[in-house]
Design a protein around this ligand. Structure first.
Ligand code: FAD
Length: 522
């Protein structure tokens, strides 16, 4: 099939993809591909805001320390420092584009506090729809030179040797399109839809990880799935995320009797997400009806109008009644391994945003660091992509033959049920063994999928679930969001700083955390 030529292809049009399109398009021709509408995905759903050390007593090193502390020090510390140091520049860039963050009359930022942050640090727009405000601005101001392809699902990255040469997609009408490019950027977001209970958008089905894997790139730490503790489970508002900022404003996690789920000595309702999600999961399993008590939140209507509207719609829980909650899949800390320029181990193939593994989230992401990450590393990406494009002398559309993936023996619904049941916030070796058995393909013959989005998604979800299961089994002790029953409090540290690559555990890329930590943070 004769491919179309473009300098750079970005797959995914959430915050990371749009930020990259804005900054790359001044240097080259960019084609932006999205399986639904431009701007749809997880970014637009973000309620809380974006973490930045803007408080007068706060500073980037403190933000870095909180990030490391929340994630079990299982990070690439250099990248954490780079990201937190750039938060001011990220906020300025968004403001220059037209994002209007909430400020006090004296011009200082109005900042919320979220779990495991030592300071109020979450910059937000006037209401509880910061993601939506940011995405509106980025979409409305997208440079006209960016070629947008909506409704196309990428299913194959093309390579020649260890070089990326293009991508094939399928449209909503079942047509296959093939593109050649000097550089391809994966910005396909996360994989929360692998679980039945999730905060994630329909688009978050995890193809980016498998596209990279099939092209020969490395994946890392796929066992670290962050669960969010407060996904509403009551009638009328089922599945709605209740932002952590509510707890920063006084909401409490309680059981059916109104007792606090987590003692203040253990960080209370603002403990790290791994701790709060596990507490909610345990309460749920014990039939203790976990809930979020929002009765103490001031100005619920003014600060959280969208949440308030949804809570009061259809007779759903009102402010006086604790809102029943469950823990659900929220964020993938693992991902496609990239270097400092966001390039994968396949030359010319890049990954950004939630798809990338930069090592900034460790074993448990600090709240509101992901919108920051989605933008923070774009300048280094731009520098490297420019080099790749300028050094590519061929710049011609190549003939690319595509290959549709094998179908999944299990439906996406069944995969979700298995993952929820056996690979949730509290795992065990037995549960993971059962998951592995359940996910083993029956021996009957499988065939290639038809060129249709849902079939392609299920095919990739099935294989990703298996890789995640292998990673979970390989990590034999609890760390951050990977919690094994009976091992959480008394963990075996031999797996700390050891990263999983597929079914293998490897101690490569060991960051020099402990040494520097002693000097700078303790
Ligand atoms: C409900 C909710 C609230 C959140 N709140 C916050 C918050 O307050 N602060 C914070 O920092 N983080 C928050 N997060 C996390 C954060 O929103 C995401 O991690 C981040 O926005 C990811 O951005 P992204 O650009 O990588 O992916 P996304 O925004 O998810 O975009 C992915 C894009 O890839 C496209 N795509 C996917 N697969 C394919 C394919 N095969 N072919 C073509 N296109 C494809 C999608 O259509 C979409 O355009 C929240 C997440 C959720 C779900």
């Amino acid at each position: 099939m004769k491919a179309k030529w473009t300098d750079c292809i970005i797959i995914g049009a959430g915050l990371a993809g749009l930020a990259a399109a804005h900054q790359l398009s001044t240097h080259m021709e960019v084609t932006l591909i999205s399986k639904t509408h431009i701007g749809k995905g997880n970014s637009v759903l973000a309620q809380g805001g974006i973490a930045a050390a803007l408080h007068k007593e706060d500073y980037a090193k403190q933000h870095a320390a909180d990030t490391l502390n929340a994630g079990g020090y299982h990070h690439n510390q250099k990248r954490v420092e780079d990201m937190t140091a750039s938060s001011g520049a990220v906020i300025r860039w968004l403001e220059q584009l037209g994002v209007s963050f909430t400020k006090f009359p004296d011009g200082t930022f109005c900042l919320s506090k979220e779990g495991a942050h030592q300071y109020p640090r979450i910059a937000h727009t006037s209401k509880d729809g910061t993601g939506s405000s940011i995405m509106q601005v980025l979409t409305a101001n997208l440079p006209e030179t960016v070629i947008c392809k909506e409704g196309e699902t990428a299913f194959q990255i093309h390579t020649q040797g260890r070089h990326c040469t293009g991508v094939s997609t399928v449209s909503t009408y079942g047509e296959v399109h093939t593109y050649s490019a000097s550089a391809v950027v994966l910005a396909t977001g996360g994989s929360g839809q692998l679980y039945t209970w999730t905060s994630n958008s329909d688009e978050a089905t995890g193809e980016g990880y498998m596209l990279a894997y099939d092209a020969g790139a490395e994946l890392c730490d796929l066992e670290f799935v962050q669960f969010h503790p407060t996904i509403a489970s009551g009638a009328g508002c089922k599945g709605m995320l209740l932002t952590e900022a509510l707890r920063g404003d006084g909401a409490q996690l309680v059981d059916g009797e109104g007792e606090l789920l987590i003692s203040p000595l253990m960080g209370g309702s603002l403990a790290g997400r791994d701790v709060t999600a596990r507490a909610v999961e345990v309460a749920d399993q014990q039939g203790k009806s976990p809930a979020l008590d929002i009765s103490e939140v001031k100005d619920l209507v003014g600060r959280y109008p969208n949440i308030y509207k949804k809570l009061t719609k259809d007779g759903a829980a009102l402010k006086q009644t604790p809102i029943p909650v469950r823990a659900g899949a929220h964020y993938m800390m693992g991902g496609v391994v990239v270097d400092e320029a966001m390039e994968t181990s396949v030359a010319g193939l890049f990954a950004i945003g939630e798809t990338a593994y930069t090592g900034v989230h460790g074993a448990n992401r600090l709240a509101s660091n992901s919108l920051l990450e989605a933008v923070a590393f774009i300048p280094t990406l731009v520098t490297r992509v420019c080099e790749v494009v300028n050094n590519d002398k061929s710049k011609q559309a190549a003939i690319q033959t595509y290959d549709l993936p094998m179908d999944s023996p299990l439906s996406a619904t069944v995969i979700g049920r298995f993952m929820q049941c056996y690979a949730g916030p509290l795992r065990s070796r037995q549960k993971l063994e059962l998951l592995s058995t359940r996910l083993t393909a029956p021996s009957e013959e499988r065939k290639k999928v038809r060129p249709a989005r849902k079939e392609i998604e299920a095919a990739f979800q099935y294989r990703l679930a298996r890789l995640m299961c292998e990673s979970m089994q390989a990590r034999k002790s609890s760390l951050g969001a990977h919690a094994l029953q009976g091992d959480v409090e008394d963990r075996d540290n031999s797996y700390w700083l050891v990263h999983t690559r597929g079914e293998k555990l490897t101690a490569e890329h060991k960051p020099p955390i402990a040494r520097r930590l002693a000097n700078e943070y303790v």
